[in-house]
Design a protein around this ligand. Sequence first.
Ligand SMILES: *Cc1c(COP(=O)(O)O)cnc(C)c1O
Length: 367
Amino acid sequence: MFPSFSPTPLLMIDTLTIPTQRTTASRLPEVDFDQLEFGKTFADHMLVVDYQNGEWQEPQIVPYGDMTVSPANSALHYGQAIFEGMKAYKNQDGEIFIFRPQDNLSRLNASAERMCMPAVPEEIFMQGLSQLIRLDAEWVPNFTGSALYIRPFMFATDGMLGVRPSDSYRFMIITCPVGLYYNKPLRVRFEEKYVRSAEGGAGFAKNAGNYGAAMYPTKLAQEEGYNQLIWTDASEHKYVEESGTMNAMFVIDGRLITPALSTSILDGITRRSVLQLAHDWGMPVEERKVSALEILAAHAAGTLQEAFGVGTAATIAPISVIGYQGEDFTLPTAPADAFSHRVTAALAAIRSGEATDTHGWMVRVQS
Ligand SMILES: *Cc1c(COP(=O)(O)O)cnc(C)c1O
């Protein structure tokens, strides 16, 4: 949904010096890197930049911590808030690389446009990212499967209750070290009543409201013993949209099938990467509508080989059970050479530097 971007520079060079206030008491010594729970431990610093009077002000790096906002800010009342999610990795030589950050910037700005928010300039985003991560370099773990999760976000800051786009905004980046994500195969079920987003809505944008509205139907499914939902389209409840907050993929008879992008589907960077690798390997790829009935028919015929969700947090999350109208369908266990295993390993090898990064996905942070 967002425009393709120019080729990425492989090394981010400083072109801007961001004023930095360093913490006087690093929390690093207290962190147990073996017990990281996703999104709970934050690195020492954060990037903050305000948009006022039609202009982005000077960015700053400050110690991570609470901040003050107007109780009338329209992010709190009307959901003018967007975010991104990406990861930085450390290789065996201690060099730090970020996976496809330009794609996150493009998507952030596509989300911003949909929510009437100002675009974040490339220089602020990329320089902010690289200088913040360099400062917190010791927070980037380097054991297998670990990464520094990066959360850029923007929200309205006007203290004014009128329902209209705010005049002022804050863009920030916070980061969290994360450990190996244990991909316990998921139990999912088709959702035929509630919708995540409709055609013409804002499902393609990473705006806060999409996630709040998904919590209730997800909670209902969890009470029934599922981990998450497979959302279906808003008009007919027939076609697969996404799986939880991941893009959904299926391998049927050796073909990789995933819903085509639309205004109701998030254009995942993991999705793009997995499709690219499938193309590279000569695997037939189909981006099109895929119905619940097609999945069940393939299961019945024994041709549904794999189903999985793809996204930054988990990379590839295999699905073991699919529920539909009260019945559970169990997928066969994927063999060691299954596509989902090969693509997980290939992405891990590119990120750790063990495999050649032929697509120029890894952008190095200057040390
Ligand atoms: C972020 C997100 C994804 C995955 O996108 P990635 O760029 O691969 O992390 C998929 N679906 C939804 C709804 C998301 O918010």
